[in-house]
Design a protein around this ligand. Structure first.
Ligand code: KG4
Ligand code: ZN
Length: 325
């Protein structure tokens, strides 16, 4: 089964052709992230306009690079949410038009299910059940994945998402958007024990997270140094912040006692987190899976893969900024 996936939930315009949910025939991503560097974050209106500009050429290229003809496509998959509503609408509209013109099914995909499916593209034998640590720019959850489309939320952040905190801390440190990958790099050169930043744990749900206290502590540390005109080591701040984040993520996901943990979302690319999880996993005899680095952040291959397993067509879908899982 050949599925064309379309993804436009944030600042990546993406299209991809995937065979049988596991084999990537093409994976085209046109990112407008560079444009947002000077704004320090995504500007929704500009993101929507860029999607309008890129969507058709990106779809055409995905079909061409896959070496197929439009008539070979069996279904169209599209992200309908969560995401920026104007951005989502561009992808949904293009997907509807294409599915109607080819007279083939349209499969709406929840973006978060897409992030999980990035692992199916990387690990051909991987299948549920497993526990998923979903960490992206907008979400932070621990999920119990009983079946491909049978997902229970065990816990989540009560305030900021991990990626969001990385990007905010990055901005205060003067790093270009998105700050996540830059902090990850700086952290390698710093001392993770240099500064003691807070870790939050909830007694009423050990799978829940809170990162706003940590975010405020890091920002206060930097501001107070700047006010006193004192130098500080960006590497040490990055390493200490990253250690506080990874301690909490690792600790909470291992509370599930699952022997099979799958990591998903943009922050799954984080090197420090991978090291920390692998170390703990070795001690506790647990398997941990990550997507290939290039499949961690937003792409359409993961959407096409998720669609293969969801396989519920619905031509009447609408873009939805914050749908349920
Ligand atoms: O999943 P994603 O592409 O978009 C959303 O669905 O939100 O995730 C983007 C987020 C950004 O916040 C970015 O800073 C973060 O993932 N990110 C990282 C790393 N690579 C991307 N955060 C920490 N370390 C990284 N290496
Ligand atoms: Zn995403």
């Amino acid at each position: 089964m050949i599925i064309l996936g379309i993804e436009t939930s944030c600042d990546e315009t993406a299209a991809s052709v995937v065979k049988d949910g596991r084999i990537i025939l093409s994976n085209i991503i046109s990112s407008s992230a560079k444009i947002f560097e000077e704004y320090g974050g995504v500007v929704p209106e500009i993101a929507s306009r860029k999607h309008v500009e890129y969507i058709l050429p990106v779809i055409d290229r995905a079909i061409k690079e896959a070496g197929i003809k439009r008539e070979d496509i069996d279904a169209i998959a599209v992200t309908y949410g969560p995401g920026l509503i104007g951005a989502l609408l561009v992808g949904v509209t293009a997907a509807k038009a294409l599915a109607a013109s080819l007279n083939i099914p349209l499969i709406p995909v929840n973006h978060l299910k897409g992030h999980i499916a990035a692992n199916y593209l990387t690990h051909k034998e991987l299948k549920p059940p497993f526990v998923c640590l979903l960490i992206s720019g907008g979400h932070t959850n621990i999920l119990d994945i009983q079946g491909y489309d049978d997902i229970k939320i065990l816990g989540g952040t009560r305030d900021d998402a991990v990626g969001e905190v990385y990007d905010k801390v990055g901005r205060v440190m003067g790093l270009v958007y998105p700050g996540g990958p830059k902090i990850d790099k700086l952290a390698k050169e710093g001392n993770p024990e240099a500064i003691s930043f807070p870790r939050t744990k909830f007694r009423d749900n050990v799978f829940d997270f809170s990162f706003s206290g940590l975010k405020t502590a890091v920002i206060n540390y930097i501001h107070s140094k700047e006010q006193k005109n004192e130098d500080y080591s960006k590497e040490d701040v990055a390493a200490s912040f990253q250690k506080a984040v990874t301690d909490v993520l690792v600790d909470n996901v291992f509370e599930t006692k699952s022997k099979k943990i799958v990591v998903a979302g943009g922050v799954a690319a984080n090197k420090g987190l991978r090291e920390a999880l692998n170390k703990r996993a070795a001690k506790e005899n647990t398997e941990v899976f990550y997507p290939d680095i290039h499949l961690c952040t937003d792409n359409a291959a993961m959407i096409a893969s998720a669609a293969y397993y969801i396989n519920k067509e619905d031509f009447d879908i609408n873009a939805d900024a914050s749908p349920d899982m």
